[in-house]
Design a protein around this ligand. Sequence first.
Ligand SMILES: *[C@@H]1O[C@H](CO)[C@@H](O)[C@H](O)[C@H]1NC(C)=O
Ligand SMILES: *[C@@H]1O[C@H](CO)[C@@H](O)[C@H](O)[C@H]1NC(C)=O
Ligand SMILES: *[C@@H]1O[C@H](CO)[C@@H](O)[C@H](O)[C@H]1NC(C)=O
Ligand SMILES: *[C@@H]1O[C@H](CO)[C@@H](O)[C@H](O)[C@H]1NC(C)=O
Ligand SMILES: *[C@@H]1O[C@H](CO)[C@@H](O)[C@H](O)[C@H]1NC(C)=O
Length: 426
Amino acid sequence: MDSSVETRIGDSLRKMRFSMVTATLLLASLNTTVLAAPNKSKCSQKTAKGNQGVVVSENGQFCLDGKPFYFSGTNSYWINQIPNDVEAVFESLQQFGEKVLRIWGFGMVESTLAEPRNPDLAFYQMWINGSWYLNTGGNGLQRFDEVVRLAEKYDVKLIIPLTNNWEGYGSMDIYNKQITGNDTYHDVFYSDSRVVESYQRYVNFIVSRYKNSKAIFSWELANEPRCNGYPAINSGKCTAATLSQWVKDQSQYIKSIDPQHMVCVGDEGFYNRPGAADYEYNGGSGLDFDANLQISTIDFGTFHLYPQSWAKKDIAAWGTQYIKDHIASGKQNNKPIVMEEFGVEGYGNKTAIYPEWLQTALDGDIAGIMPWQWGQLGLTTGGVVQYGDSTVGGASPNDGYTIYPNQTEVWEMFKNVVKTQDAKCG
Ligand SMILES: *[C@@H]1O[C@H](CO)[C@@H](O)[C@H](O)[C@H]1NC(C)=O
Ligand SMILES: *[C@@H]1O[C@H](CO)[C@@H](O)[C@H](O)[C@H]1NC(C)=O
Ligand SMILES: *[C@@H]1O[C@H](CO)[C@@H](O)[C@H](O)[C@H]1NC(C)=O
Ligand SMILES: *[C@@H]1O[C@H](CO)[C@@H](O)[C@H](O)[C@H]1NC(C)=O
Ligand SMILES: *[C@@H]1O[C@H](CO)[C@@H](O)[C@H](O)[C@H]1NC(C)=O
């Protein structure tokens, strides 16, 4: 999830008016039972030595300094974009107990961009006539540096995706358009060697710049890579094999620069099970969750969950099954799973559906639970962020999924997630 493009897709799907599930779940059903701590001997002391503060993936779970690491986390794509208030956001995250924050590790603009830009906004890559330069200035990497510095200070670890499948804040399709002169086919991003080289050049700058920071949780290849973009399409040549090869090559590339930190895909967790009815299961997206999880340079699996915008009929039950399927994949492949983005729009939907989803995730020992997205009130940064996102009355951007502290019932549910996950840590 990120851009206005996705919001538009969601809007058109919502117009289909599929029937709402009979949400019988009660808010109170989010069980706060603290589960037994997993087998601690699965974390070897040896791994932790010399890697103080670095989270590793071992035997199907995360380990931090020789102890199991389970976490509650969240998403904030806008934190690098706001010039003020970054420290206030980290203070709130720490106070809440969030251990991991996913931010955008990309920010791209074209010299020809039609949309007027707020000069305060950060960008790292500026495209001019088919090539880009790195913006190391005050509205560039210095903003990123500040987020990393404060993450260290407040002991919050970062998941950093390095490009976007979608338009928002810079995308695969801009690489395609600028380098090949044509962005009709999205999957050129994965197969054209000039494009791959340009992506790697950026990856190398970012990974090298922060690889010694204890704030890095994981590098992430992309936000939601698929064979299709929007409006760019699959050329017809992109399959699960295309993406798996790309995942293998790029994860190896990152490990060659930074062997100590973890690498993940950042995908939505779609399966490649030919014959399945749903797009999310039948391979139509070009993803093969199980195959990608088996790649040795991929440390853990990610999945995203938006059954409402994916036009599912029974949102709650579909989501619960999707969570269970990913728990099973993690066990089968002996790698931890992070529920990296999820949400439903509407307060009543949140209070009705999240208890079941969260309980399913906690019961299945999902290693990291990260809703989309963190809501911060009292920001001093005003006005437009970008792509139609804005801060209004001091509230961080609201895309309908945002969870603000004044949404008390939902806020408390996630506080219970913090407690339960913390209790599983050694
Ligand atoms: C913990 O795991 C180790 C190694 O896999 C095993 O030998 C030990 O029996 C396990 N302990 C418990 C309590 O399950
Ligand atoms: C980009 O290309 C156009 C047309 O070739 C040229 O006029 C312009 O000066 C170039 N801009 C830069 C910054 O190189
Ligand atoms: C871009 O590629 C598509 C597909 O090959 C082609 O139909 C279209 O004409 C191309 N556009 C340009 C401007 O070259
Ligand atoms: C709750 O979900 C249903 C089903 O997707 C949807 O029709 C409804 O608009 C949602 N409520 C809100 C307030 O978004
Ligand atoms: C919570 O804050 C948001 C952002 O300021 C506001 O839109 C919303 O109305 C508030 N909700 C409640 C329940 O106060």
